[in-house]
Design a protein around this ligand. Structure first.
Ligand SMILES: *Cc1c(COP(=O)(O)O)cnc(C)c1O
Length: 432
């Protein structure tokens, strides 16, 4: 299958090029030329398959022209080494917990799959491939863990000094092996700028092979469809009017839900949940997409002022605002509302939300509880322990930190400090 650019449907590339290049030359995002559709019977019988089997079924539909089945099975099974349980909260509200992977956030699924797919494509390259990634927290840990010990690949994580949580910093500065952490004297925008400059530096790119692993890579997007099917498989059938609420920042996760819908997953409404960075809910209301600088919130993985995957959503719906609003609704919440939701749900139902999941819960509740008989799940994108300082204050109790997080916290961070001047990064990259 070929992958086209959202800016020009005639610009088509192979899977290998789309994955290694990340972004199309015209700066559009890659999309699969066709979205395979499963028959209704597949969904009827989905509950008989486990998460790995579901994932392999989807991976085969997308990738079996490009990758031999045996390799694809290995890539898929190595990536999907944890479950995504569906948990009932109350009434018709369920949560799909995506935080059971190594870094306790949903990005593990896409990052692990991409790392293995990239590892597969570069196995014949004579030179090492260097992955550069800028992170404000969760992306760095998921990518670092996903690529950890993948042969032929070295990863360099750029993160802003003092602006990621201690848990997050420990997650990507204590792995060692092929993972290096670069602490930048600047903010997240500086980190992104440095990565961009490195890709544009012709001379540097003749010396080393650089690639990115950010969330717009098609190899991260497609595997994110797997868990929506796995969520549906765990609902008691027959399921009527299923809604899916997704806490969103760059909107990759919601885009994956929509692709799952095009594959035949019966979704009534996609619900975009955001913090006060409400660019997409604003677009749904007015038809105008107006990016603006992001504002810091307690759900910081969703502090995005120019959602990178929005062009894919437009592409999926033929750029029609009315088609989009037919199946997508949007809700945004302030930090105070997020705290209130965490406290209320914990007290009433004994379920502890993280700040991101809290927006998803509330959006789903606001959408369906007023309607008769609709059901749905929201995505829990991160383990609450990753945001222990926030949730503990809200509920007034100490929470248990998972063992592997505690282990990472005991290790000493290893990092290289660089200025926000590109000259320093360039010099560093020329010596790796
Ligand atoms: C990345 C992230 C999000 C946002 O996901 P997008 O695909 O960028 O919309 C939400 N919650 C958590 C915990 C995240 O790490």
């Amino acid at each position: 299958m070929k992958y086209y650019s959202t800016r020009n449907k005639n610009l088509k590339k192979s899977l290998e090029v789309a994955v290694t290049q990340g972004l199309a030359q015209d700066h559009g995002l890659f999309m699969p030329e066709t979205i395979p559709r499963f028959p209704e019977s597949f969904f009827r019988d989905l509950h008989t398959l486990n998460f790995r089997e579901i994932s392999l079924n989807v991976a085969m539909k997308f990738f079996s022209d490009d990758i031999p089945v045996g390799d694809l099975e290995k890539i898929t099974f190595d990536s999907i080494n944890f479950d995504t349980p569906l948990v009932h909260i109350h009434d018709r509200i369920f949560t799909l917990e995506l935080f059971h992977g190594p870094t306790f956030a949903f990005k593990d699924v896409g990052a692990r799959f991409m790392a293995r797919l990239l590892g597969y494509f570069i196995r014949g390259y004579s030179r090492e491939v260097h992955v550069l990634v800028a992170t404000s927290g969760d992306t760095g840990s998921a990518v670092a863990n996903g690529f950890w010990k993948v042969p032929g690949i070295k990863v360099h994580i750029l993160y802003p000094k003092g602006l990621v949580s201690s848990v997050q910093e420990h997650q990507f500065t204590t792995l060692g092996e092929n993972i290096s952490a670069l602490e930048i004297e600047g903010n997240f925008d500086d980190c992104q700028r440095l990565v961009k400059m490195a890709f544009l530096d012709h001379d540097l790119n003749t010396h080393i092979t650089l690639t990115s692993a950010n969330s717009i890579n098609i190899a991260r997007l497609i595997p994110q469809t797997f868990y929506y099917l796995n969520g549906f498989a765990q609902l008691e059938s027959p399921v009527h009017d299923m809604n899916i609420a997704v806490p969103s920042g760059n909107f990759g996760n919601l885009t994956a839900a929509m692709i799952a819908g095009k594959m035949g997953l019966p979704v009534k409404k996609y619900i975009a949940a955001t913090n006060i960075n409400d660019i997409v809910p604003g677009y749904l209301k007015t038809g105008n997409f107006i990016p603006r600088p992001s504002v810091a919130t307690i759900a910081n993985a969703m502090d995005v002022g120019n959602p990178g995957n929005f062009d894919r959503i437009l592409d999926l719906y033929g750029h029609s605002h009315s088609k989009i609003t037919e199946t997508v609704s949007g809700y945004s919440y302030t930090d105070d509302q997020i705290r209130e939701t965490i406290g209320r749900v914990y007290k009433k139902y004994g379920y502890l939300l993280d700040p991101h999941g809290a927006t998803g819960y509330q959006a789903l509740a606001d959408q369906i509880l007023k309607l008769p008989a609709e059901t749905g799940f929201f995505i829990e994108t991160a383990h609450p322990a990753k945001f222990a300082d926030i949730v503990e204050k809200v509920i007034g109790e100490k929470i248990t930190i998972p063992g592997s997080l505690q282990e990472a916290m005991k290790k000493t961070p290893v990092k290289i400090r660089l200025s926000a001047d590109f000259k320093d990064l360039r010099e560093y990259l020329l010596t790796v």
